[in-house]
Design a protein around this ligand. Structure first.
Ligand code: NAG
Ligand code: NAG
Ligand code: NAG
Ligand code: NAG
Length: 220
């Protein structure tokens, strides 16, 4: 019997941006044997995940590792599965005693946690607005505010490569600030009447002069 295990690319964009994936490979192994699925990130994200998806099923978390050097949180409830985080970049998954029922797509993901607060705001035109975005999982992520409007679609409006640095200073009635490395704040002294949806995003990239900009207009 042979089992097919696939590693695929995943790009997360739930509450916002940010996961990249590494390997894109198939692994085939004999029933009863063991397999080691490598996972290597090029960035420096603190959070790494292993997900499993059975044919026709949803994604389920198998393991989460929050930091390098820490063993993973274990959701698998299966002693045949194990994962360790020997360093920031690597998060291999081992499966022993392979069964046919292990046949699935296994995704490895490194991820920034992005949260907006508040999630929803209902305001009258002219009211002040303040939304704080928190980006966890990297010591100094690049942060972005994207805006969607019915007429223009989604565009990157503000970006920041670190504390106190924001470009541009002001767009329409909005401005952004970066009080510290993990937070990016969007503000307006009085919002207009137009409909807009704002998205906060985070990314990590070694070369800030290259990637810490509004170069990607649509995160999708
Ligand atoms: C994961 O949890 C299962 C069930 O509690 C346990 O048998 C297994 O040893 C755990 N694996 C690791 C790597 O901690
Ligand atoms: C995974 O398997 C490899 C090779 O069989 C072994 O060297 C390594 O210690 C295993 N890691 C875990 C976490 O079990
Ligand atoms: C960063 O700034 C935000 C917003 O001003 C604040 O809520 C948060 O506590 C600050 N975090 C740190 C680590 O300073
Ligand atoms: C970063 O990117 C900029 C712009 O592309 C380039 O000029 C610079 O040499 C790069 N720096 C490093 C360290 O790669």
């Amino acid at each position: 019997m042979q089992l097919l295990i696939a590693l695929h690319l995943l790009f997360f964009i739930t509450q916002t941006l940010a996961a990249v994936f590494r390997q894109d490979a198939f692994a085939v192994a004999r029933k009863g044997s063991a397999i080691r699925l490598p996972c290597l990130q090029e960035g420096t994200h603190e959070y790494m995940y292993w997900y499993r998806q059975f044919a026709g099923g949803g994604l389920a978390v198998l393991y989460l590792s929050r930091y390098e050097g820490m063993d993973a949180d274990n959701e698998s409830q299966d002693p045949r599965f194990s994962a360790v985080r020997p360093n920031r970049q690597n998060f291999p998954l081992n499966i022993t005693g392979l069964q046919l029922t292990d046949t699935a797509v296994y995704y490895c993901v490194d991820l920034l946690q992005v949260q907006q607060s508040p999630l929803d705001l209902v305001l009258h035109p002219g009211s002040p607005m303040k939304v704080t975005c928190s980006v966890q999982g990297s010591s100094n992520p690049n942060t972005f505010w994207y805006r969607w409007t019915p007429t223009e679609g989604i565009h990157c409006v503000f970006y920041s490569v670190g504390t106190g640095q924001v470009e541009p200073a002001k767009v329409d009635e909005f401005s952004a600030s970066r009080p510290n490395n993990s937070h990016f704040v969007l503000e307006s002294a009085g919002v207009g009447t137009g409909l807009a949806v704002w998205y906060c995003a985070g990314s990590t990239h070694g070369n800030k002069s290259k990637a810490g900009r509004c170069t990607i207009n649509s995160p999708l």
